[in-house]
Design a binder for this molecule. Structure first.
Ligand code: FAD
Length: 303
C-alpha cells in the first residue's frame, strides 16, 4: 500500500500513524530475538515498519532479505531505508527492481554518512538525498510500482539541526528540496525536547513544507544507551529535567529504564495531543519499551 494512502487512512481515521524501526541483525541469535519481537509487535498494529540500511556492505543484503521476508510472511508493511552514499545509479536501480518485484512499494530515501575518516568527496552518483528521491520517483513509475504511481517515499528531518549545515534556514531549504523532488512524508531524527520539535514543525510550515511529519521517538532504557544516543544523534539536546530524572536513579538499571520510558510516554502524550501525523518508534529490535508506552497511554492500538 502506498505510504500516502496509509497516512491518509490513519489521519482521517482514529489516527495518527504509528510505526516501528528495526535493524537487520548480524547473528543467528539476533534474528531469533528479532522474530520474537516482531510477533510481540504485531498486535500493536503498526501502520508500517521500517528496516535500516547499514553503511557497511554486508548488512545491506540483510536489509533486503528482512524486508522481503516481512512482506512475504507477515501482514506488516515493510519500508526499507535506502542510502545513496557510495552507490552508483545502477546499484540503486537494481535494489529498487528487487523491491518492486517483491511487492515492496515504499522506501525511506537517505543520503547516509561516509564511514568514519573517509573524505566526503566519494559520494557515488548521488550528492544529496534529494537526488535519490528524484531517481526513486522516476524508477518507481518506470517499474509500475503501486499501479504506476511509483514508490511511496519518505525522507529524514532534523528538528535540532543536521551537523553539516549550521545555517538552519538553509537546512529547511534542503528539506523542502527533498519534498519538492517527490517525498511523501518526513520522519525525524530522535529527540527528547518536544518544544524544539514543535518549533521546528512551525518553521517547516513557514518554509512551505507541507509533507506530513512523523516524530521519531527513542526511549532511554539504560545509562550506556543514553551515551550511545548522544554519539549517534549528534546535536540532540538532552533536557536537564531528563538528565535529573536519570541521575535520581543512582545507577539502578531498572529505575533508569522506568524513568526513560516515562519521559518518552510524556513526549508521546504531548505529540498525540498536538495533531501529529505519526510517531515512529526506534525500537532497537526490542518490544518491551514500546509496549510499556502503549500501556501507560492506556491504549492497545493507537489507530
Ligand atoms: P541530505 O538530505 O542529503 O542532507 C545531508 C546534509 O547535506 C545536510 O546537512 C543537508 O542540509 C545538506 N544538504 C542537502 N542538500 C544540499 C545541497 N543541495 N547543497 C548543500 N548541502 C545540502 N543512515 C544510514 O546509514 N542508514 C539508515 O538506515 C539511516 N536511517 C535514518 C533514518 C532516519 C529517520 C534519520 C533521521 C536518519 C537516518 N540515517 C541513516 C542517518 C542519515 O543517513 C544521516 O543523518 C545523513 O547525514 C543525512 O541524511 P539525509 O538523508 O538527511 O541527507
Amino acid at each position: 500500500m502506498h505510504i500516502a494512502d496509509i497516512l491518509a487512512r490513519d489521519t482521517t481515521g482514529q489516527g495518527p500513524s504509528l510505526s516501528f524501526e528495526f535493524f537487520p541483525p548480524k547473528t543467528d541469535a539476533g534474528w531469533e530475538s528479532l522474530y520474537r519481537s516482531i510477533a510481540e509487535f504485531a498486535p500493536l498494529e503498526p501502520s508500517f515498519v521500517s528496516v535500516t540500511y547499514g553503511a557497511g556492505g554486508s548488512t545491506r543484503d540483510n536489509t533486503h532479505a528482512l524486508v522481503v521476508r516481512l512482506k512475504r510472511e507477515t501482514r506488516l508493511e515493510p519500508v526499507p531505508h535506502l542510502t545513496c552514499f557510495g552507490h552508483t545509479r545502477e546499484e540503486i536501480a537494481a535494489i529498487l527492481e528487487l523491491y518492486a518485484a517483491n511487492g515492496v512499494g515504499n522506501v525511506l530515501a537517505l543520503r547516509g554518512d561516509p564511514p568514519a575518516g573517509a573524505r566526503i568527496l566519494a559520494l557515488g552518483d548521488f550528492n544529496h538525498a534529494a537526488d535519490l528521491v528524484a531517481f526513486i520517483r522516476r524508477e518507481g513509475e518506470r517499474l509500475g510500482v503501486n499501479g504506476g504511481r511509483g514508490f511511496g517515499i519518505g525522507v529524514a528531518g532534523f528538528p535540532e539541526g543536521h551537523p553539516e549545515t549550521p545555517n538552519t534556514l538553509r537546512q529547511l531549504d534542503h528539506l523542502k528540496a527533498k519534498c519538492d523532488a517527490g517525498a511523501d512524508y518526513i520522519v525525524t531524527q530522535l529527540f527528547f525536547d518536544n518544544h524544539a520539535f514543535h518549533d521546528w514543525r512551525a518553521r517547516c510550515e513557514l518554509a512551505g513544507i507541507r509533507s506530513p511529519i512523523i516524530a521519531g521517538i527513542m526511549p532511554v532504557t539504560s545509562g550506556t544507551g543514553l551515551k550511545r544516543m548522544a554519539d549517534l544523534a549528534a546535536g540532540t539536546r538532552f533536557p536537564a529535567a531528563l538528565l535529573k530524572a536519570i541521575a535520581r536513579c543512582r545507577g539502578d538499571a531498572e529505575a533508569i529504564e522506568s524513568a526513560g520510558i516515562h519521559w518518552a510516554t510524556e513526549q508521546c502524550r504531548d505529540l498525540l495531543d498536538s495533531d501529529i501525523a505519526g510517531i515512529h518508534f526506534y525500537t532497537l529490535n526490542k518490544s518491551d519499551a514500546t509496549r510499556r508506552i502503549y500501556k501507560a497511554l492506556g491504549v492497545k492500538s493507537l489507530r
